[in-house]
Design a protein around this ligand. Structure first.
Ligand SMILES: Cc1cc2nc3c(=O)[nH]c(=O)nc-3n(C[C@H](O)[C@H](O)[C@H](O)COP(=O)(O)OP(=O)(O)OC[C@H]3O[C@@H](n4cnc5c(N)ncnc54)[C@H](O)[C@@H]3O)c2cc1C
Length: 405
């Protein structure tokens, strides 16, 4: 996995705030190029919420280049089919079928905890003890070509570059660029997992399905964890009374069923059998005009959080990681230039993906879907093969291991 670093690169020390998927992917990409790094995580232990994750080919490409394909394939399911269905009648449109239409759209379906584990194992193999827990970053300073990171426990760490991969409420972003409040989108996301054995047999097909309706949509897909077959449930609903931007808030089955009252019995059956439902207020932020400040930069949700309608938040963080490591290696003699090149390579793409994700709210939720006749016309226009190709291919075709830096 590891290769000989470029001159100067091996002399650098990169500090990373946050051991989420973005921070760990960055560490894996840097270490595999022979660039030293340390990861500082605020949490006392490494764990991820039990929710489904959609690793699309653009994200997978970066991890496969690190030699992680076998580990990823061992914990994922590849969908045979991707489909859109109408919220009330269940009428179905197939976007692709494996082996029949383009396989480029086939995502690797896994749980967040599974991808997190693959990345933890990868960085620990490359540098044992690289992740330091209980290290909440409170700020940083830059002086004499070095950057110093400060922690809540009163300690500090010094390096040549600091990467803020500290998520949505990033401290590094706040210290570097000030407060960037989110705007509530009048929608919330429900997330949960269902043991497949509780569902009727027809749910067991390896199909990733998005159910679309006038003011809500649902995405369900199969996953497998610790030998157990699961269905992942994600429901997005327009509702203005819940404005907490946090993964950790629990919701109840009756509340969720109420949000999908009148929906097809398959959707209701899935919700009624869902374990540990969480709800999350969906916010958008204006794109940052820049996210590198001399030897400090941002990565993942810290610099371009997005609503989950294209399933790209994790994938953008992984793409960032791949490009960042290439820039740090190539411009090792001038770390500030390396971070500028990284920002230049990523800003336009992530801004576009975030904007398109936000725009999908009105595609997935549309008044035309309220009546059967207009709903069928609408679905045929939105999800015919040509529309689906135009909507998704540019996302999946991006190659973070090759784009010019
Ligand atoms: C409902 C929902 C569904 C989603 N579904 C998908 C999907 O299917 N596919 C997809 O690609 N994306 C999805 N996303 C987006 C995805 O979850 C995020 O984009 C992704 O987790 C971002 O990774 P990250 O590493 O940047 O941040 P995070 O995963 O948030 O990690 C940040 C890490 O930094 C740590 N940290 C925070 N502050 C500090 C500090 N001060 N000091 C040290 N450590 C700190 C945190 O504890 C955490 O470990 C979804 C998001 C939501 C809300």
């Amino acid at each position: 996995m590891s290769k000989t670093p470029a001159p100067n690169a091996s002399a650098l020390r990169v500090l990373i705030a946050g051991a989420g998927i973005g921070g760990l992917a960055a560490a894996a990409c840097l270490l595999s190029r022979g660039i030293d790094c340390e990861v500082y995580e605020q949490a006392p232990e490494l764990k991820e919420v039990g929710a489904g994750l959609w690793l699309s080919v653009n994200g997978a490409r970066v991890l496969f280049a690190l030699g992680l394909e076998p580990a990823i394939r061992a914990s994922t399911i590849e969908a045979d089919e991707r489909a859109v269905r109408l919220w009330d009648s269940g009428r179905k449109w197939t976007l692709y079928k494996r082996g029949v239409s383009s396989g480029a759209h086939a995502p690797f379906i896994m749980l967040r905890a599974q991808l997190h584990r693959v990345l933890i194992d990868a960085v620990e193999r490359l540098k044992p003890g690289v992740i330091q827990l209980n290290k909440r970053c409170t700020g940083f300073s830059q002086q004499d070509g070095k950057v110093r990171m400060e922690f809540a426990d009163g300690t500090s760490a010094e390096g040549d570059v600091l990467v803020g991969a500290d998520g949505l409420h990033s401290k590094i972003r706040e210290k570097a660029f000030g407060d960037t409040p989110g705007r509530f989108t009048n929608a919330l996301a429900w997330r949960g997992l269902v043991p497949m054995e509780r569902l009727k047999p027809h749910h067991r097909a390896l199909t990733a399905t998005t159910w679309v309706g006038p003011t809500a949509h649902v995405t369900v897909y199969p996953a497998r964890f610790a030998e157990q077959d699961l269905m992942t449930f994600s429901g997005q609903v327009e509702r203005s009374d819940w404005r907490l931007e946090s993964w950790n808030e629990k919701g109840s089955v009756p509340e969720c069923v109420n949000d999908f009252a009148g929906w097809h019995p398959d959707v209701v059956e899935i919700i009624e059998n869902t374990e540990s439902l969480h709800k999350w207020g969906l916010f958008v932020r204006d794109p940052l005009p820049r996210w590198s400040l001399e030897r400090v930069t941002l990565l993942g949700d810290a610099c371009h959080s997005m609503v989950p309608y294209l399933g790209q938040g994790v994938n953008m963080a992984i793409e960032d990681a791949g490009v960042l490591a290439r820039c740090v290696e190539k411009y090792a003699a001038d770390p500030a230039l390396a971070l500028q090149k990284y920002q230049d390579a990523r800003l336009e793409r992530t801004t576009k993906v975030a904007a398109r994700s936000a725009g999908m709210q009105h595609t997935f939720h549309n008044p035309a879907l309220a009546e059967p006749e207009s709903a069928a016309k609408y679905a045929e226009a939105q999800w015919n093969p040509a529309s689906a190709k135009a909507r998704y291919d540019w996302i999946y075709e991006y190659d973070a291991t090759q784009v010019p830096v």
